[in-house]
Design a binder for this molecule. Structure first.
Ligand code: ADP
Ligand code: MG
Length: 329
């Protein structure tokens, strides 16, 4: 991803959580993100995939500074978000919005749909009259496939899919540059998932949105992503243009994820048994030495325990963090 066009630049981002330690007191450190770097060009969608607990939500929240990163920096349109004070950050939220996995839980049950969607306008566009505000809200409702008659109804009256449309309308009403989607369809029925994905693809073009699309499921990101970043225990395992990642995955973890997803790839279908993921993600309290994936990797060798593989470019925009990526069979 070339630097000159990048809207979002994430450099060496890390996040540690401290939790109460053992019976003997003290604190334990959870390394939820470690040294994560990538760029996203304006108008592009980067999917962030990995199993539960791999740090996807932490990454999305640290980028938006809904969580304070422990290290590294984040730039949006060249602006260093880490340098903003709380008021500047509040106003910066106009440019960067988020939608969540559970649409109904993320909408205030006491507010009407109209009030929920209008909220960002009351903060960022104070100059608008009530009529102008209501006009904008009705327009974005139509854009996301809601009918303006829903304006005075309450979130609990809606299905999950419609509630997610409300969340999307609220996120987009202030016309942000960056939209973070944190598992936005994971709680929805499969038939509804495709509708919401298609809606987001349309909105991405209509609003020239740059998106981070977080999902634990590679088959979900297949249609929407331009690039895919694979996260494991808070580290980037592989990042590549979507086509390359799906047809020529280089990291054993990516191959395992792909072999578990219903995507057509004959090479992976043959390997399915061998690269099936066994066991659980290790505890981030005590990550493996060297390559954090080695305890579940069918190709693990001595060097994998000894040295942590750095993310290194293979060709073009394809990078991988595996010592033996080129020699795996
Ligand atoms: P994902 O979204 O990929 O499922 P998360 O970003 O939610 O992963 O979590 C990454 C790791 O950080 C997990 O081990 C999780 O338990 C831990 N974690 C997340 N939030 C907190 C928190 N507030 N305090 C302590 N640990 C946390
Ligand atoms: Mg999550």
């Amino acid at each position: 991803m070339k630097k000159d066009k990048a809207l979002l630049e994430v450099s060496n981002l890390s996040k540690e959580f401290f939790i109460p330690g053992s019976l003997f007191g003290g604190m334990q450190t959870i390394s939820a993100l470690s040294d994560v770097s990538f760029n996203v060009d304006r108008g592009k969608t980067l999917a962030i995939v990995g199993e539960s607990g791999s740090g996807k939500s932490t990454l999305g929240r640290c980028i938006l500074r809904l969580l304070e990163p422990s290290g590294g920096d984040v730039r949006l349109a060249q602006k260093n978000l880490g340098a903003l004070d709380s008021e500047a950050l509040r106003m910066q939220r106009r440019e960067m919005q988020i939608i969540f996995q559970d649409p109904i839980a993320s909408l205030d049950p006491r507010m009407t749909v109209g009030q929920i969607i209008a909220e960002p306008l009351t903060i960022f566009e104070k100059q608008l009259s009530k009529a102008e505000r209501s006009e904008k809200v009705r327009a974005i409702m139509t854009t996301v496939g809601l009918t303006p008659e829903m304006f005075n109804r309450y979130p609990h009256e809606f299905s999950g899919g419609q509630a997610q449309r409300i969340g999307i309308a609220r996120a987009l009403v202030s016309r942000p540059d960056l939209l973070v989607c944190d598992e936005p369809v994971s709680a929805l029925d499969v038939s509804i998932q495709a509708q919401i994905i298609n809606l987001l693809i349309g909105l991405k073009q209509q609003f020239a949105l740059t998106m981070l699309f977080i999902s634990h499921d590679l088959s979900v990101v297949r249609h929407i992503a331009d690039h895919v970043l694979v996260l494991y225990l808070g580290r980037v395992m592989e990042i590549a243009p979507k086509g390359q990642l799906f047809t020529n995955p280089m990291h054993p973890y990516t191959r395992a994820l792909l072999s578990a997803a219903p995507v057509p790839n004959p090479k992976l279908a043959r390997e399915r048994e061998r690269i099936k993921l066994k066991g659980d993600v290790p505890s981030p309290l005590n990550p493996p030495s060297g390559c954090v994936f080695r305890t579940r990797c069918p190709f693990s060798r001595h060097e994998c325990a000894a040295t942590r593989p750095q993310l290194r470019p293979l060709d073009g925009e394809h990078s991988v963090a595996c010592h033996f990526a080129e020699s795996l069979e």
